[in-house]
Design a protein around this ligand. Structure first.
Ligand code: SF4
Length: 351
């Protein structure tokens, strides 16, 4: 299942966005911009975790060196995140950035934007117009009274027009807000009138659990309506968690095949093993396994294998022990509780 076929397609360092391409997963480096080794190490981890496009802040000229090192030492497409100074966008493009993200609210005058267009055309790289509710242009804020969905779209459209005026159409648009309903409605409006691919995100979403939930509601709700071409789940946590959360979200709504789908029961009075601990650890250890299977961790033998009949493999607990089952049929029983997890992992890896 793929996303919106009606948007234009752009390419970021070999990764297609829009026009029916699979929804891609993005994240952003969180290491201080001048720590070259730290950023490269983090980028490698993110690439390994499944990040497909990676953004790096370029707050000054020295940070361009970090971008250069990322390009030289990783295979992941790199997006330069630029605020305030269009010159940094030009330097980043010259240093090999695969896309430039500019914030219309603070990138400066049109002349600066023109310079960014010029270098992006020359390097054949796209620009993301990254509208953010926290930094809308003052005139738009005054006109709409607040950072409403309409105001976010107005800012995006204004900058699309500016780029189109200079014959530039290699554009991705994002309309982020920390308010789920605002971002949701802004993207719905955009999908009705904008032909460019949409980068979805809830900004300042929060910590792992709350932020993932907000993103699942906002981003997931849009994707279910076939709106959106690339996503970033932004979390106050290790960026690897952003990538894992995005992978889980795409897999949960059927936009991504491959990778383990994990199901586990909520536990109840029948549970007699540490199901929560086993389930958490199983999900963590199987997260990176590239197999298109469903794995179940269930609380009791009485109902577990039946309730998880659709699972390819699973375990179900008994009194201090458990069983291993495949497609609803028990294949090993009386496995001591402390060996259940290992039994599940090793059998899953063999599949
Ligand atoms: S599988 Fe068993 S333990 Fe889990 S919720 Fe169902 S009945 Fe309860």
């Amino acid at each position: 299942m793929y996303t919106n076929k009606t948007t234009k397609r752009v390419t970021v360092g070999g990764v297609a966005i829009g026009g029916g391409a699979p929804v891609s997963i993005q994240s952003m480096l969180a290491v201080p911009a001048h720590d070259i080794a730290g950023n490269v190490a983090s980028a490698k981890k993110l690439e390994e975790a499944g990040c497909e496009i990676l953004r790096v802040s370029v707050p000054d000229r020295q940070a361009v060196k970090t971008l250069e090192a990322l390009k030289g030492n990783t295979g992941i497409p790199i997006v330069a995140d630029i605020h305030f100074d269009w010159r940094l966008a030009v330097l980043s493009a010259e240093a090999g950035a695969d896309k430039i993200r500019i914030n219309p609210g603070n990138i400066g005058d049109e002349q600066g934007v023109l310079e960014v267009v010029r270098i992006c055309k020359q390097k054949n790289i796209p620009i993301r117009i990254g509208v953010n509710s926290g930094s809308l242009e003052k005139d738009i804020l005054a006109r709409f009274g607040a950072a409403t969905p309409e105001a976010l779209l107005e800012s995006g459209k204004k900058h699309i027009k500016m780029l189109e005026k200079y014959d530039f159409s290699d554009i991705v648009l994002s309309l982020k807000s920390s308010d789920v309903q605002t971002m949701y409605n802004a993207y719905v409006l955009a999908s009705e009138t904008v032909e460019y691919p949409l980068h979805l995100g809830v900004t300042e979403a929060g910590t792992l659990s709350g932020g993932t939930l907000k993103s699942a509601a906002g981003i997931g709700g849009l994707l279910l309506r076939n709106i959106g071409d690339t996503v970033r789940i932004s979390l106050t946590d290790d960026p690897v968690e952003e990538v894992l959360a995005a992978k889980r979200l795409l897999s949960a709504i059927g936009l991504r095949k491959g990778g383990v789908r994990f199901v586990s029961c909520p536990t109840c009075g029948r549970t007699e093993i540490d199901l929560i601990g086993i389930a958490k650890e199983a999900e963590r250890r199987l997260a990176g396994l590239n197999k298109d299977i469903t794995v179940a961790v269930m609380g009791c033998v009485v109902n577990g294998p039946g309730e998880a009949a659709a699972a390819d493999i699973g375990i179900a607990g008994g009194k201090g022990c458990g069983v291993l089952f495949k497609k609803g049929k028990i294949i090993a029983s009386n496995i001591p509780e402390d060996r259940l997890l290992e039994a599940l992992i090793s059998e899953t890896e063999k599949m």
